[in-house]
Design a protein around this ligand. Structure first.
Ligand code: TEU
Length: 526
């Protein structure tokens, strides 16, 4: 009965292990720190945890360069600790979803080392996209981190990497690749993980003719959303469904077309996927309503639940985005340094939290968003780790600013994170963002998240289901989830009257009598 399955309406907390909590004092987050702070996650009231890659990795792309899919990064801990973590999470009622990175591996993975050693024409090279030595790269594809998508090995042959050169793309035309990943899925399912978040889920299959794209970055591209990719997810779904309790897949696809996106969510493929249209959308009533409607429509076609995402480890933290004149997100225009009103951004983020947590389907919360953390925009160049920064020669600041280690308590760095020298430096003045400070403050972002997530569990209207729009003034969105529950968000410049005969369950900021001030959302019982 997938109609009532937990994942259809789950609140899922994203843990970026490297920056969550450091248990051994080396300045890098780890499983010991994560296990110590599990009560924070359980206390939020979420249903599941998604962990960014925890596999052994040279960290050329912060763990998205995997050198062994069946072990744990030594600076994070051991496989035995990972198993303990899964058990402890389960005993707290939390499901565990882990990242899997099937588009590429690390250039230090045994597969790639063997391929380089075995030489041109070898079956080992067939695990990747190798092309003969030639003066020019085989085509004009660009890496998503900047520069050509082709690099050479010492014998002169080219290999494809849609991301960093340290991340060679795997060749999914090769049945050996399929076989290896089937075993990886079973390895972790057998250890109790409840699901996988699939990195670059649309990218695995390439047009084998490797045609030039002539600078195109939009529309149908020969390395994204190729029809053949669906066969892989059908194969994976059969593995997930061979386990007695539900095992799930959530896809990461940045696709412009909702209908193409929904094809991944057909009943024999992925269970859900991140809604990046919602994340990218400016915080404006008309635009949001259009995204919500098109999302629900596309998902209804395939019977999959929608998801609602405001931030993740790749995007500018939304408190910062919402404090700017332009509240949208795009990779092409990160607007580093644009004037930001953090008080306004925080107020809007509180309203957006109530919106996202009351829309039909699942919701994702990126670690630190429950503390209202802003983007750290002034990291010194020499501290930056993201290959996006180095490969664009600093033209793009990259993603480090949303990955700064979490503040837990105390008045100065490392704010209880553990280790004096955190892998990315924390800014001054983060005491008000610490979990300790926010736990003690009734009006904090943390307390708002806790209250909202508790209500999400208590109210049968929330989670999976449908919505009905209610009449509302310009700049205001109002929708009902059943005959008893209504959410109203005021994104106009003026206060509006609350609907009659309703009782306030939760407001993102204090109300003035029966008025909903600008940049405020409210959950109402009627
Ligand atoms: O990201 C996929 C992706 O293409 C973008 O989200 C990426 O962050 C952007 O193009 C950078 O400018 C996933 C992961 O979420 C990301 O952290 C990894 O770096 C990437 O895959 C490669 O594994």
């Amino acid at each position: 009965d997938t109609g009532s399955a937990w994942w259809r309406g789950a609140a899922i907390y994203q843990v970026y292990v490297r920056s969550f909590a450091d248990g051994n004092g080396d300045g890098t987050g780890d499983l010991t720190g994560l296990r110590q702070h599990l009560p924070h996650i359980a206390g939020l009231g979420v249903d599941a945890i998604w962990l960014c890659p925890w596999y052994p990795s040279p960290m050329a792309d912060s763990g998205y360069d995997v050198s062994d899919y069946r072990d744990i990064e030594p600076s994070f801990g051991t496989l035995a600790e990972a198993e303990k973590f899964i058990e402890e999470a389960h005993s707290l009622g939390l499901k565990v979803i882990i990242d899997i990175v099937p588009n590429h591996c690390s250039d230090r993975h045994r597969w790639f080392l063997d391929a380089v050693a075995a030489g041109p024409g070898s079956p080992q090279r067939e695990m990747f996209w190798f092309r003969p030595a030639s003066p020019e790269p085989p085509n004009d594809w660009q890496s998503r981190f900047g520069g050509s998508a082709w690099s050479r090995v010492p014998d002169g042959e080219w290999y494809l990497h849609l991301y960093a050169p340290e991340q060679p793309d795997l060749n999914w035309e090769n049945p050996v690749v399929h076989q290896e990943f089937r075993e990886v899925l079973r390895f972790w399912f057998d250890r109790g993980v409840d699901g996988f978040r699939i990195d670059v889920a649309d990218g695995l299959v390439k047009d084998p003719a490797l045609p030039d794209v002539h600078g195109r970055t939009e529309g149908r591209l020969p390395f994204s959303d190729m029809d053949g990719v669906h066969e892989i997810y059908r194969e994976w779904r059969r593995i997930a469904d061979s386990y007695p309790d539900p095992r799930v897949f959530v896809g990461e696809m940045w696709l412009p077309d909702q209908e193409r996106f929904a094809r991944y969510l057909r009943p024999d493929e992925l269970h859900s996927a991140f809604n990046f249209d919602f994340l990218s959308c400016p915080l404006e009533a008309d635009r949001l309503r259009a995204v919500i409607d098109s999302t629900l429509e596309a998902h209804a076609l395939v019977g999959a639940p929608a998801t609602w995402v405001l931030s993740n480890h790749d995007t500018t933290r939304h408190v910062t985005r919402y404090g700017r004149a332009d509240t949208s997100f795009s990779f092409a225009d990160r607007q580093q340094g644009a004037p930001t009103d953090l008080a306004l951004g925080t107020r809007r983020a509180r309203a957006a939290a109530l919106l996202s947590m009351s829309l039909p389907g699942g919701v994702y919360i990126y670690q630190g968003e429950e503390l209202g953390l802003p983007e750290v925009e002034d990291l010194p160049d020499e501290a930056r780790q993201d290959p996006v920064f180095s490969r664009t020669n600093g033209a793009d600041p990259g993603r480090d600013g949303c990955r700064v280690p979490l503040p837990w308590d105390g008045a100065a760095q490392p704010y209880g994170f553990g280790g004096d020298d955190t892998w990315l430096p924390q800014p001054d003045g983060w005491e008000p963002y610490t979990v300790a400070a926010q736990s003690a403050d009734e009006g904090s972002m943390l307390r708002l998240y806790q209250k909202a997530l508790r209500l999400r569990h208590e109210l049968p209207a929330l989670g999976d289901g449908t919505l009905t729009w209610c009449p509302s003034p310009d700049g205001v969105l109002a929708f009902a989830r059943d005959e008893h529950f209504v959410c109203v968000i005021n994104l106009s410049g003026a206060a509006v009257e609350l609907p009659e005969h309703t009782k306030v369950l939760l407001a993102s900021d204090p109300l003035a009598d029966s008025q909903l001030p600008p940049n405020t959302a409210v959950w109402l019982a009627r």
